[in-house]
Ligand binder design. Structure first.
Ligand SMILES: Nc1ncnc2c1ncn2[C@@H]1O[C@H](COP(=O)(O)OP(=O)(O)O)[C@@H](O)[C@H]1O
Ligand SMILES: O=P(O)(O)OC[C@H]1O[C@H](OP(=O)(O)OP(=O)(O)O)[C@H](O)[C@@H]1O
Length: 246
């Protein structure tokens, strides 16, 4: 079974699969790369491109969200590979603690599985499309977290949501009206997705690689006792200064 296939719910919720993912990366600490930003900004598209480009890189695991949206032609042909779930089943699972994080937005419920916690604890980098409201909880529940804040002008978001054609005009306006700011205390890297998709996708994959390399290098130095690179809380504080832009 490939790593991505093994993300199928509920298989990925099993501890044995998570343990399997958590092997062999040595004493490094893992990381959550939370891809956040307004609806239509291109999070899922950038994630899907990066997942294809980095599929052979064992450091990365691209999380599938569970969403209470029935599967659509969009999701079957190149859109986000989410796992559709009936809202009652979602609620039942949420009560059992099966999700590391879950949230409600756009009239839907979203979740990512608890098993991701051991994947990160084992040293891997989990990339997930996440609500901006869940970043603090994410860093508590899952470990070191960096938010990649994808941006584009509102007029571009509207155009993209209309072209995506999944929601009607009213639902699109409601999505555009949603305003959420990023919480303080979360490391954040801004990524502008206001360029043609092929350029954006290449730049995004490069950014993921650079962040991960900077983080692993810092983790290795941490193992060697080079504590001066870390702030008072033991977090590295120089990811942006390490040349991740561009
Ligand atoms: N850089 C880009 N240029 C043009 N279209 C884009 C770009 N990035 C994403 N899109 C398109 O915009 C639409 C919304 O992207 P999507 O990934 O679904 O956004 P989100 O997950 O943030 O809601 C999709 O139809 C996608 O193909
Ligand atoms: O609290 P917010 O930061 O506004 O985020 C709310 C939700 O919307 C985003 O998903 P996306 O835009 O991909 O929604 P969709 O999959 O339903 O299109 C994000 O990943 C959350 O699931």
């Amino acid at each position: 079974m490939s790593e991505r296939e093994s993300l199928d719910w509920p298989v990925f919720a099993s501890a044995s699969i998570a343990d399997d993912h958590a092997r062999d990366l040595g004493p490094r600490r893992g990381l959550l790369l939370a891809i956040v930003g307004a609806s239509g900004v291109g999070k899922d598209t950038l994630i899907e491109h990066a997942a294809r480009g980095l599929r052979r890189d064992a450091r990365f695991l691209f999380a599938r969200r569970v969403v209470t949206r029935p599967r659509t032609p969009d999701s079957d042909s190149g859109g986000e590979q989410y796992l559709p779930m009936d809202p009652d089943v979602f609620e039942a699972l949420r009560k059992t603690g099966a999700f590391a994080l879950s949230w409600d937005a756009h009239g839907l419920r979203y979740g990512i599985p608890l098993a991701l916690r051991s994947v990160i604890a084992g040293g891997r980098v989990v990339v997930a499309n996440l609500s901006r409201t869940k970043l603090i909880e994410a860093s508590r529940a899952l470990g070191p977290t960096i938010a990649i804040d994808v941006t584009a002008p509102k007029a571009v978001l509207r155009e993209r949501l209309l072209a995506r054609g999944r929601e009607d005009a009213d639902a699109i306006e409601q999505r555009l009206a949603r305003q959420v700011s990023l919480p303080a205390g979360i490391r954040r890297i801004e990524f502008s997705n206001d360029v043609p998709l092929n350029m954006a996708a290449a730049k995004f994959a490069k950014l993921l690689l650079r962040v991960v390399e900077a983080e692993y290098e810092a983790s290795d130095q941490h193992q060697l006792g080079a504590r001066r690179l870390f702030d008072a809380e033991g977090e590295i504080d120089h990811v942006e200064a390490a040349g991740v832009e561009g």
